[in-house]
Ligand binder design. Structure first.
Ligand SMILES: NC(=O)c1ccc[n+]([C@@H]2O[C@H](COP(=O)([O-])OP(=O)(O)OC[C@H]3O[C@@H](n4cnc5c(N)ncnc54)[C@H](O)[C@@H]3O)[C@@H](O)[C@H]2O)c1
Ligand SMILES: O=C(O)C(=O)C[C@]1(C(=O)O)C=C[C@@H](O)C=C1
Length: 370
């Protein structure tokens, strides 16, 4: 198939830029990728991983003849780079499309407009990610099934449609949105949850400083709800500062809810407390759990296994014999002395479901599956 973009310029070769580049290359939509990054090691690794075909030392060289420019650096950097991109846009192809992947949209879209990038600019935000960062964590599959928000303000309609079609081909679920609406929504479903996760960790950290049991006992529930607190602090400092106008009222609302919950508990209001948990469960269970959307796609299960040497090999061999490919396999903390737990992750629901039947047939107990 002919590639739509002959030369993509990737500015910021990390987790998201790298994942997008791999996904676009996989669809055949992009023929060649030129990378630019402030960190030479990121550029070297990006070449090694096939994220880029060439590395450019200067922004101008990266932009030359590009027909797709992807800004995938932290947002303060993107805000600074937009005027430089605009200044050098004559180096790029005449019908170039400039897009970004930043977690907040209003500031980026406004800056693009202010500096004179109108028809060529299309704001973007893939609603997928990880607590990891850097190009080594990049993965073409990260964006599969993910909602990908596009904010076409004054973007040329045909350009927006082409890019949206390509993203769909890469398996993304494209959603056109206004930048301000986007920022309000992500404050509630991404930014405030991140602040809360880090606050929970900081509470337990202070307690653990005084009594080691707090860290020792922190098990599945605490780890699940705080996974995102392991993300890059600089990235989250920038995201939360940039979207603070939307985050602050959302935090007020959250505090009011915690206070209402406190009142419910103090008054031992059994019926309302039950309703509170039930309501939350109903909504949460209805979220698209098998997609990368609101909840990340992890086709995963936890298997109870005898805590003895060679167990990982035995399970891997069993599934391999049935042509089931495992993405990740890991040991979780033992619950009892003679039993351990293995966490298995798969790339597709088919591998997941096949593994489930094979393991159950062999008598393994499946504790949990997603
Ligand atoms: N991490 C996530 O879950 C996630 C999800 C969606 C969107 N985003 C957004 O994607 C963007 C990138 O985040 P990431 O998680 O890929 O981070 P990352 O740290 O993995 O990658 C960022 C890359 O930008 C490079 N960079 C920094 N300053 C630069 C500069 N001046 N010039 C060129 N390159 C520079 C870094 O060296 C790094 O390679 C951010 O705007 C973030 O908000 C992140
Ligand atoms: O899954 C994660 O680790 C993420 O934090 C991904 C997540 C999110 O909050 O859902 C984080 C920031 C991005 O802007 C988009 C997605």
């Amino acid at each position: 198939m002919d590639s739509h973009f002959s030369r993509m310029c990737l500015i910021g070769c990390g987790l998201i830029g790298g994942s997008l580049s791999l996904a676009l290359q996989k669809t055949g939509a992009v023929a060649r990728v030129i990378g630019y990054d402030a960190n030479p090691e990121a550029l070297r690794a990006a070449r090694e991983r096939g994220v880029i075909n060439e590395a450019a030392d200067r922004l101008e060289d990266a932009l030359r003849h590009a027909d797709l420019i992807v800004l995938a650096a932290p947002s303060p950097v993107v805000l600074d780079l937009l005027p430089l991109v605009q200044k050098n846009i004559h180096l790029a192809a005449r019908d170039v499309l400039v897009t970004d992947v930043c977690s907040t949209k209003s500031s980026v879209v406004d800056r693009a407009k202010q500096c004179g990038l109108h028809a060529q600019f299309l704001g973007g935000h893939p609603m997928a990610g990880s607590e990891k960062s850097g190009v080594y964590a990049a993965d073409a599959l990260l964006l599969e099934n993910a909602v990908y928000v596009l904010t076409p303000e004054s973007t040329q309609e045909v350009q927006a449609r082409v890019f949206s079609d390509i993203l769909k081909r890469a398996g993304c679920r494209v959603r056109f949105m206004d930048a301000v609406d986007h920022d309000r929504v992500v404050a509630a479903i991404s930014h405030v949850p991140h602040l809360i996760a880090s606050t929970l960790v900081s509470q337990v950290k202070d307690l653990a400083d005084r009594h080691a049991a707090y860290a020792e006992l922190a098990a599945g529930g605490f780890r699940d709800i705080t996974r995102i607190a392991s993300a890059d602090p600089a990235l989250w400092r920038d995201i939360t500062l940039e979207n603070r106008a939307e985050i602050l009222p959302m935090l007020d609302d959250f505090i009011a809810r915690v206070n209402a919950l406190k009142a419910l508990l103090s008054s031992s209001d059994k019926a309302h407390l039950h309703h509170f948990f039930d309501d939350a469960r109903t909504f949460r269970d209805a979220l698209p759990a098998r997609s990368t959307g609101a909840i990340r796609a992890v086709f995963a299960m936890t298997v109870s296994v005898p805590d003895e040497p060679g167990m990982i090999g035995r399970i891997a061999m069993l599934l391999g014999n049935h042509h089931i490919s495992i993405r990740n396999i890991g040991i979780l903390e033992s619950r009892e002395e003679d039993l351990g737990q293995l966490l298995l992750q798969f790339d597709t629901i088919h591998f997941h479901d096949d593994a489930l039947s094979v393991l159950q047939r062999e008598g393994y107990q499946i504790i949990d599956r997603v």
